[in-house]
Design a protein around this ligand. Structure first.
Ligand code: ADP
Ligand code: MG
Length: 618
């Protein structure tokens, strides 16, 4: 008889396999160790890594600690202190306590655990590949310190799958930041080598977000607080005006534990989609729902969650975001609401170039327009008679008689076919007339009814596309020295990033020097950039670098173009001449994306004749 081919694997190998699934890389070890520290009630957590965490990971907390007896078994598989009764079994499952993490890390590293409890019990245990090497009787202050050295030392293949020290380090930083955002009440200190990279001072979530993603971005976030069908969603999200590209700034937490979800990612993009397909908002969403509604144990590293009712979760997240937009809009809202059927009114009957993207789920209501919104009074008092301008104005005439095929739309009343927008030669052509409302909006008649344009948004779009073109031509950016250097404060993270991209910044025209402490001085800025936007542009650039676009010049070009557009565009309140309005409208129509400002807000809206007639109940 042949010997059995199936045989049981020795424990040591089982442990290594399990370890490989739970601990894929240094960042996964850091994540588990931080979670344990949080579970132990720590109010302060220090993390330090060397060589991207491959050589050394240190996680130290001031939590309740372990006594000698616990210390002796915590590194064994399936040991947990988080299960006390049968009743707890379910709870244990939902929270993902599986008693695997410490054992998994221990199996593939050299681990030193030092711990002390309030009762004065303390000790140290040193392990290698999951085997005890030494126990020490030492005094320590309350809390636990895990020192992990040579991760994957006995699984060399895994080691070769790791990225560079920098890329593994970036992942660790991401884990620390996520934990820090989940727990703003805990102090976090994160060091790479001896260098302090992130410090989180205990406080409000909003302050923690400022530390994590920069105060400029954080200060504009809108609070979310929404419950539907026993699903609670809270946190912060970008207003629709500030959605430019911080790819890594989507934070999701279930009961304060970070997780990833394509489903929720989709819900988020769908909610923002109307404001630009490219928009990458900051979203910090904390979810909670009844135990039966989710399962965290579908992924070995507990990265993903399975929802009992996916559609419901999707819907509730979408609603939460929309409600937030709506609340923000109402808070800053100015004028009469023209629509009963909020989401349909301005969009349903348009055709051609405009219609495809003006039809949005959230409608224009969600936009936050120019700061100076007209009051009800100014709306009433505004000029009613469209100023006439003469047909001798050749510039204007020219602009309208040479349409770029497929992009231009008819501004003439009564003309239904958008593609046939070229003015007919036979008939004397009268240029469209526009008038300004509150020196902020341009109103006029178009083929289908009333057209209203936000002059700042529209002009920004034009200048933005023009600036992008110039920048894309590769021209080195001219720099302009500042008479009085502008001071700028960098977070620890930004300082780190700054040093790695200083050369890129110079190439773009930014000359920045250290000034003292966390303060730097900007000595020169790109000439195209206004001084008032310079600091923001630098912060944004560093932000985009932190989200992995180190070499992405396109991104910074985009920032500069946006900023240039924003400062140089007509502002709300600027009085425009008729020909300026006509020029603006005609230029807008030749843009690649005429419907949205560079910041994703709508540039125009339309009220169709049908809708007008409905309003007046014909
Ligand atoms: P789990 O967290 O699922 O219980 P782990 O393997 O992560 O499993 O941890 C095993 C046990 O070790 C925990 O239940 C806890 O009792 C103990 N432990 C681990 N880390 C700490 C810590 N930082 N402070 C106190 N106890 C800890
Ligand atoms: Mg754990």
């Amino acid at each position: 008889m042949k010997m059995a081919e199936i045989h049981q694997l020795p424990d040591e190998i089982i442990n290594k396999i399990a370890a490989g699934e739970v601990i894929e890389r240094p960042a996964s070890a850091v994540k588990e160790l931080i979670e344990n520290a949080i579970d132990a009630g720590a109010t302060r957590i220090q993390v330090q890594i060397e060589q991207g965490g491959k050589a050394k990971i240190l996680v130290s907390d001031n939590g309740k600690g372990m006594g000698q007896a616990d210390l002796d078994i915590c590194y064994l598989r399936h040991t947990t202190s988080k299960l006390h009764s049968a009743d707890d079994l379910f709870h244990l499952h939902t929270n993902g306590f599986r008693g695997e993490a410490v054992a998994s890390i221990a199996a593939i590293s050299k681990m030193t655990i030092t711990s002390a409890t309030d009762d004065g019990e303390s000790g140290r245990i040193i392990l290698k590949g999951g085997e005890v090497v030494e126990k020490q009787d030492i005094q320590a202050s309350r809390g636990t310190t895990f020192l992990i050295e040579d991760l994957f030392f006995n699984t060399p293949v895994r080691r070769t799958f790791l990225g560079s020290d920098t890329s593994e380090g970036t992942r660790v930083l991401d884990v620390v930041i996520r934990a820090a955002v989940a727990h703003p009440e805990i102090r976090f200190d994160y060091k790479v080598g001896d260098k302090s990279v992130f410090i989180g001072v205990p406080g409000e979530l909003k302050n923690r977000l400022a530390e994590a993603i920069g105060s400029g971005v954080a200060k504009n976030l809108l609070p979310v607080d929404y419950t539907e069908a026993q699903i609670h969603v809270s946190g912060y999200i970008s207003p629709v005006t500030e959605t430019n590209g911080k790819r890594h700034h989507q934070f999701l937490f279930m009961r304060n534990r970070p997780f990833e979800s394509k489903l929720i990612g989709k819900a988020v993009s769908q909610a923002y989609e109307p404001y630009g397909a490219q928009c990458k908002p900051v979203t910090v969403l904390f979810l909670d729902m009844p135990d039966m509604e989710f399962d965290v144990n579908v992924h070995p590293a507990k990265r993903e969650i399975r929802f009992a009712n996916q559609n419901l979760v999707f819907l509730v997240v979408t609603h939460a975001i929309r409600e937030t937009f709506k609340a923000a809009m109402e808070a800053s809202s100015p004028i009469i609401d023209l629509s009963d059927e909020k989401y349909e009114t301005f969009t349903s009957h348009s055709t051609g170039a405009f219609s495809e993207s003006t039809h949005t789920d959230v409608g224009f209501d969600a936009g936050f327009r120019s700061p100076k919104m007209p009051s009800q009074d100014s709306f009433k008092l505004a000029e009613r008679k469209p100023p006439k301008y003469t047909t001798e104005d050749d510039t204007v005439q020219d602009l309208f008689s040479q349409p770029e095929l497929g992009k231009i739309i008819s501004l003439e009343p009564g003309q239904q076919n958008v593609q046939a927008a070229t003015p007919q030669q036979e008939q004397p052509w009268a240029p469209p007339t526009f008038f300004q409302v509150a020196n902020t909006y341009i109103a006029g008649e178009d083929a289908e009814g009333l057209l209203i344009i936000d002059q700042h948004a529209a002009h920004s779009r034009i200048l933005y596309e023009q600036a992008l073109e110039t920048l894309a031509s590769g021209a080195a950016l001219e720099s302009q020295e500042l008479l009085f250097p502008e001071l700028i404060e960098f977070s620890k993270l930004e300082q780190e990033l700054f040093h790695s991209v200083e050369a890129d910044l110079k190439h773009l025209g930014f000359y920045i020097e250290h000034f003292g402490g966390d303060t730097f001085q900007i000595r020169a800025i790109p000439s195209a950039l206004s001084l008032s936007r310079a600091t923001k542009a630098v912060h944004e650039f560093l932000d985009s670098v932190s989200s992995g676009d180190r070499n992405d010049m396109v991104k910074i070009q985009d920032t500069i173009a946006k900023s240039w557009a924003k400062t140089n565009a007509y502002q709300a309140g600027d009085k425009l001449k008729p020909e300026e309005m006509a020029m603006l409208v005609s230029q807008l129509m030749t843009m690649d994306d005429p419907l949205k400002s560079p910041y994703g807000t709508p540039t125009l809206m339309r009220l169709s004749l049908d809708e007008l007639s409905k309003k007046f109940k014909h």
